[in-house]
Design a protein around this ligand. Structure first.
Ligand code: ADP
Length: 417
């Protein structure tokens, strides 16, 4: 028997850890018990000295320590409640980006004292994200400096994505009890069913994507290996499926108060250019041209991620329904207190009687149902998102003459072009 290399033994151990975490998350255990078992698995599977889970309360903008392993009492007290943005953990919750510190004792951004007093040196934290929301932070500590690798960072992100699904399922509203009770009674059965279903499907899918991602990395070390292409196909299709599920979840949650938008000043023009850029390879492939008529700088007060989703949905439809060689015009203009955004295409156009129905969930023009992929949810979600921003959405179209999907967004301040 050929002995396994240290590298592949490590990968095997990590794959099995991910597998155990995903089974744990799919179990019917209470969330507290899931945390306890998870942290035990992390300590033994990754051989780290300490780890913790902190959950974010978005209303209070605070992170609360809900479970830990290997912490001293002083540490548990110090990190018991942290402000959003405070120190490395707070920063991870604020930005949604993982952070690693090879030596906290020498890191000016590491603001906690007790972990240093307890002899911890390496630190790594990843956000717990579910459907675009940040629910908390998963953190690891070790007494050896420079202990964590980028590979372990990816593994921890994969684990954290699995856990986030369980957290979102267990604390769906992430709110106080009275509001929770009020909202639960107001959510229709259908929405609850959709939400439960998409959560159920997300758990195994997240584990599948994480495992396929790690496998792809292993295989990419041998780029000539034909399995590289196969695993990339698996990843691509699984990510597509995950996006569809995120749509279902968005729709089931959009009508409830736990679908929150976080407004801040957003450079709309830069965002529009970024989104247009994302479509450029696909448009090139279809021989389509894009005309951008967006002012050089327009600042709006919006939730940047959700605004991006609105633009992505409208542009994706324009590209999808416009034939080869067609033209898409992406326009934005200020109109009194609003910004009006238009995505115009030279596609088939939409009969008048269909136009209003398009914004209903699951509605698709009959002729398109077998010709194009889709669930008929994109426009329904886009409408919800626009309305959450106090805007309006509409379509102007005539069969044979293309369509213009437009929305308004209250403008707070703008600069000269
Ligand atoms: P999906 O595209 O996933 O089916 P949407 O809610 O985004 O879902 O769109 C619903 C339906 O509206 C589409 O199936 C299509 O019939 C029609 N539609 C959307 N955008 C366009 C467009 N730009 N041109 C023509 N028809 C469109």
């Amino acid at each position: 028997m050929v002995p396994l290399s240290h590298e592949s033994q490590r990968s095997d151990a990590y794959f099995s850890l991910l597998d155990r975490v995903s089974n744990l998350v799919s179990s019917s255990l209470e969330t507290e018990e899931v945390f306890v078992q998870l942290l035990d698995m992390l300590v033994s599977g990754l051989k780290v000295d300490a780890c913790c889970v902190q959950l974010l309360n978005p209303e209070k903008q605070k992170l609360t320590l809900v479970a830990h392993r290997g912490f001293t009492t002083e540490m548990a007290n110090e990190v018991g409640s942290l402000k959003l943005g405070q120190g490395l953990i707070g920063k991870v919750a604020l930005t949604g980006e993982p952070l690693m510190s090879p030596d906290v004792a020498a890191d000016p951004n590491f603001v906690l004292l007790t972990p240093i007093q307890a002899g911890f040196r390496s630190f790594m934290a990843v956000p717990m994200r579910c459907g675009g929301k940040i629910l908390g932070v998963l953190g690891l500590y070790d007494r050896t400096p420079n202990r964590f690798t980028e590979y372990e960072g990816k593994l921890l992100s994969a684990i954290s994505a699995c856990i986030a699904v369980a957290v979102d399922r267990a604390f769906p509203l992430h709110r106080g009890e009275t509001e929770k009770a009020r909202l639960i009674s107001s959510i229709s059965e259908k929405q609850e069913f959709l939400s439960a279903l998409s959560h159920e499907l997300q758990t195994p899918l997240t584990a599948l994507i994480a495992s396929a991602g790690l496998l792809a990395e292993e295989l990419e070390k041998e780029p000539s290996d034909s399995r590289v292409r196969l695993i990339q196909n698996v990843l691509h299709s699984a990510s597509n499926l995950q996006n569809r599920l995120a749509e279902l979840l968005d729709l089931s949650q959009a009508k409830t108060a736990h679908f929150r938008i976080r407004r801040k000043a957003v450079d709309f023009s830069a965002l529009a250019r970024k989104v247009a850029e994302e479509f450029s390879p696909l448009m090139k492939e279809k021989g389509q041209s894009l005309v951008m008529k967006v002012p050089a700088t327009v600042i709006v007060t919006a939730d940047e991620q959700r605004l991006e989703q609105i633009l992505l949905n409208l542009l994706a439809n324009a590209v999808k329904f416009t034939p080869r060689g067609g033209q898409i015009t992406f326009r934005a203009k200020e109109d009194k207190a609003d910004l009006i955004v238009e995505v115009q295409d030279t596609g088939p156009g939409i009969p008048r009687e269909e136009q209003l129905k398009l914004f209903r969930p699951y509605y698709r023009i009959p002729a398109d149902r077998h010709r194009f992929p889709g669930l008929g949810l994109g426009l329904a979600i886009t409408k919800q998102l626009v309305e959450l921003h106090s805007g309006k959405i509409w379509v102007e179209s005539e069969p044979g003459k293309g369509s213009t999907f437009a929305f308004s967004l209250p403008l707070v301040s703008s600069k000269a072009k």
